[in-house]
Design a protein. Sequence first.
Length: 697
Amino acid sequence: MCCDLKRRFLLLYATQKGQAKAIAEEIWRQAGAHGLEADMHCISEMDKYNLETEEDPVVIVISTTGTGDPPDTARKLVKKIQDTTLPPDHFAHLQYGLLGLGDSEYTFFCNGGKTVDRRLQELGAQHFYNTGLADDSVGLELVVDPWIDGLWLALEEAFLLQKKKEGMSSDAVSSSLYAAPQVGHELNSSSEVQNLKLEEERERCSDVLTQKLVDIHLVPSTRDTEPSLVHSVPPVSQSALNIPALPPEYIEVQFQDTHGENPRLSSLISEGTTFEVPVTKAVQLTREDAIKTALLLELDIADTVFDYQPGDAFCVICPNNVNEVEELLHILGLSEKGEYFVCVKVKQGTKKKGAAYPQHIPERSTLKFILTWCLEIRAIPKKAFLRALVECTSDAGEKRRLQELCSRQGASDYTRFIRDSNVCLLDLLQAFPSCKPSLNLLIEHLPKLQARSYSVSSSNLYQPGKLWFVFNIVEFPACPTRRISQKGVCTGWLAELVAPLLHPNKNTLDTKGGSSSSKKISIFARPKNTFHLPADPSVPFMMVGPGTGISPFIGFLQHRQKLREEHTDWEFGETWLFFGCRHQDRDYLFKQLRCFLENGTLTHLKVCFSRDSSTAEVAPPKYVQDVIRLYSKEVARVLLKERGYFYVCGDKKHMADGVSDAVVDILSMETEADKLEAMKILAMLREAKRYLQDVWS
Ligand code: FAD
């Protein structure tokens, strides 16, 4: 009787960077093992499914992008379901389960998923399974894995309910209920979940391996008691392991000749027009003894149609580190093939569902080009990648450790030694020397190398044809899994690129002139931004930008100064800037702020220094959020009475939350409302786009 049960469900994913897709593919794979048919589609493929008539359960995996938006691929569907003329029972026939992906360090956590979930509920759709909200800041898998585990039972129940609705006899229902445990049995036998027993030989091999790694200082000699990337301890080392199914290979790579040219970088970008522009100035804004090094670069955009408003951000196309690419080629045994053009194809007859040509790999380019410009070789390997690497590892001890790291039993080891340690493919290949993956695996598992975003730090009105931006050179010190320190992919590359240009007179920001430079970088605009000056110049606004968070506000102030010069008859609202850094004499990035204050562009400048010692009787505030609290009356007046704007830019982890907490306290105190009410006022201000954040990690 159970064979009569319909065992299909619709599986939709809305992905921005591929994570939702990878999770949907995992669900698809596991569905097969549960004897279910997952009809999987990208949510944008609206010609392939129809929610209006869908009778089977629907599973949606959806990520969040930008400031809480659903991914671009979901835009069409979201627009469609947002139609206010739809009746409240429009989706009454629909049963669904939704898994949202997000990052709680951003304000609108999982908002893409929440938006779709809320709207489906409003239109009468029913949950057959509780919504899961997975948080990338602590590890998506903490929610994703148990959510997928529970999905199968929930689906079984949904199928039964569906049958009941279809008027099936109670006999049939009870016999199919009985069928559920059998599904569990199928999972064990055919899902490739493998029980691997610890073998004696493994101990021997592991010891040899660990000793080798101790020799090269990758693991401490306390190896017997302390787990590390390459070494496990009980219970993991003695457990039978549940490891994920081996992802089917789907890419085929052939080496061709060495003749021809690599594609232009613009062909790698689908988000808009790319501009190759010269760097005309580079200034180090921090002293040599500052903890972080901040650089200001000036780009010459005069000969392009690239346009921006102060507050906009743009993207820089950056390559991977040349030494890391060389080392990768060496480890893969492909050093001789770097300049060869490669032909990438989807493997004929692959078992991978929806296998498609990876859009970020050009049809014809050299191996070096692919590793340099297309693949994020520093990406933290996902468990599916580790699973695939197991098959390319010859040493039994190394193999076992890789199995552990992708297994359920080794989940906390994965989090500790891979995810939280920011281990990348190269670190793994050095730690597991018998692992020799083929190029196709890298193309299958490494994500697209993303362009990095930067906030514009200038005004096109103030200095036409020029664009400034400011960044800290990101530095990662050496650690047990990495013997040498590293710099951020983009900031490390930019720092090296502009080293010959670096202004000898530090902190000189003369906007005139500018040297001609042969150093060029490729940039493109970042769409959709609301972080702009108020349209009405008479409205007051407050800016909070410690560290490099000051960057867009320099653009705001330049713009405002120019407007004041050009429109002497206009009314201009007051402007506040809260700036903070560690030391007044080491990393006060723009001492020129005083000029804005002197010429009246900036009405109030409040600064604080978190690491300078003070001899004052009452210690001065250390952080911008502390300073803001000192001006609570003014904050409340600007925001509530004068309908002003409040801008926050910079570090999202430590600063932005501290600032919004301070604003909530101020609103609560000044309006005599309780904290919950004050939070609602802040939410309203955000909604009205009068409390705006541009934050990054
Ligand atoms: P990456 O190599 O990408 O490393 C960055 C992060 O990856 C680290 O913080 C860490 O979490 C992780 N990581 C990678 N490797 C390791 C490792 N070995 N050890 C430990 N952790 C590791 N930045 C600015 O400085 N100025 C701006 O004006 C600015 N504006 C932005 C505007 C927007 C809209 C956004 C989204 C971001 C902005 N950023 C800005 C951040 C910027 O885009 C980059 O993230 C930053 O410059 C780092 O890039 P990177 O390639 O050098 O670092």
